[in-house]
Write a protein that binds this ligand. Structure first.
Ligand SMILES: Nc1nc(=O)c2c([nH]1)NC[C@@H]1CN(c3ccc(C(=O)N[C@@H](CCC(=O)O)C(=O)O)cc3)C=[N+]21
Length: 287
């Protein structure tokens, strides 16, 4: 039987450590770390995620300030808000929930965030720092994926890792982190030929394609570790919505370890957002 890696439990540990860090900062006379969350429009999934982020902040002692803007808010107004938050010394992290409405250029918005406050790690400066291995803030989901992997893998050197998906948010940054650990990384995507054959050579699969149950049992080598980053909302026969991952997890009994959806990467993403906020606050304090 494959080990189920408990992302919820690991996230609780990260959260507890983050809360302890916050308490230490405050005890030393510092300001509690502050996170500004900008949500433009009312995408229902985004509302759920943002609500969860704010609730977790409260638990960790991070001050979170939510900025809810109407769907038709002009781009200039969003940019103006970011300028204000960049200049606010009590704000240590800024997160702009994606996706943004179509009339807003997401790249322009992300570029405007002070890289030191970019707790999502999406600013080009942080992307560059990640790809050169020179510090910076690391995107939350990839950071969470590495922590989940670290719970079952000690030494990555020479391991064959197949990443499925080449997004800026997961596929590319997680590949950089794995390269840093000297894994042999193959990044695959929608145009990859014979993907099941490529996947079958992997010691580790990171599935981040956003395609429900894409990874089947025969794609996975016995003893491989499988991280399921996919989160897709589907409606089942009874009309209930549930979320499914990129892996047919029930077919993966022969894997060494797998992450569940829900309860795997998702909770780790939020935990890492909070730990990134504390990291940003600590760095601001010494800067
Ligand atoms: N600027 C920005 N940063 C993000 O980090 C970001 C974003 N935009 N836009 C959307 C995606 C998605 N995302 C998730 C976070 C937590 C769960 C999560 O906690 N999932 C739970 C429950 C899922 C459920 O029941 O809906 C789980 O997997 O167990 C999922 C998805 C962060 N994102």
């Amino acid at each position: 039987m494959a080990q189920i890696i408990d992302g919820k439990a690991l996230a609780a540990q990260v959260l507890a450590r983050t809360a302890a860090d916050v308490a230490e900062i405050v005890a030393a006379g510092g300001d509690a770390p502050g996170l500004a969350v900008i949500l433009v429009g009312n995408d229902p999934a985004s509302e759920v995620y943002v609500g969860r982020k704010i609730a977790q902040c409260r638990k960790a002692g991070i001050r979170s300030i939510e900025h809810r803007l109407a769907a038709d808010t002009p781009q200039e107004v969003v940019l103006g808000l970011i300028d204000k938050l960049n200049a606010d010394p009590k704000i240590h992290g800024i997160l702009v929930q994606l996706p943004l409405p179509r009339h807003i250029d997401a790249a322009l918005v992300l570029d405007r965030i002070d890289p030191g406050k970019d707790v999502d790690g999406f600013h080009p400066v942080n992307v560059g720092r990640l790809s050169t291995g020179t510090g910076g803030l690391v995107p939350c989901t990839p950071l969470g994926v590495m922590m989940l992997l670290d719970s079952v893998i000690e030494d990555y050197r020479g391991l064959n890792v197949v990443v499925i998906g080449k997004s800026n948010i997961v596929g590319k940054p997680v590949s950089m982190l794995l390269l840093e650990r000297e894994a042999t990384v193959t990044v695959t995507h929608i145009e990859t030929k014979d993907l099941p054959d490529v996947a079958r050579k992997a010691d580790v699969i990171v599935a981040a394609a956003g395609a429900p149950h894409l990874v089947r049992g025969y794609w996975v080598k016995p003893g491989a570790v499988v991280i399921d980053v996919g989160i897709t909302r589907v409606v089942d026969h009874d009309g209930n919505t549930k979320i499914v991952g990129d892996c047919a997890t029930h077919e993966l009994e022969h894997a060494k370890a797998v992450t569940p959806v829900p309860g795997g990467v998702g909770p780790m993403t939020i935990a890492c957002l909070l730990s990134n906020t504390v990291t940003a606050a600590k760095r601001a304090a010494v800067a």
